[in-house]
Ligand binder design. Sequence first.
Ligand SMILES: N[C@@H](CCC(=O)N[C@@H](CS)C(=O)NCC(=O)O)C(=O)O
Length: 87
Amino acid sequence: MIQLYVRNGCPFCHKVIRAAEELGYQEGKDIAIIDAAPGTRGREEVLEIGGKAMVPFLRDGDTSMYESNDIIEYLRSSFHTMGSEKA
Ligand SMILES: N[C@@H](CCC(=O)N[C@@H](CS)C(=O)NCC(=O)O)C(=O)O
């Protein structure tokens, strides 16, 4: 499942979450939304995987990325693949 690391009060994170919802991703089923606020395990994971303490951050298997616009583009292009996997 795609993992999206976010934190409260981050407008870029909210933009990505909104886009995921609009694309039809269902939280807990298609995408896991993980809190990466300072002091959380999520924050440590972002740092370990991506090397920077920045959100939003997406991980999908071996793929990982920062930048909300890139994440939205990735979600858009992955949705079809994901749909065929579910079928
Ligand atoms: N250009 C980035 C900006 C992301 C960004 O500025 N994120 C802020 C939170 S809104 C951040 O992670 N700051 C560092 C921190 O929280 O430690 C994007 O579009 O995703």
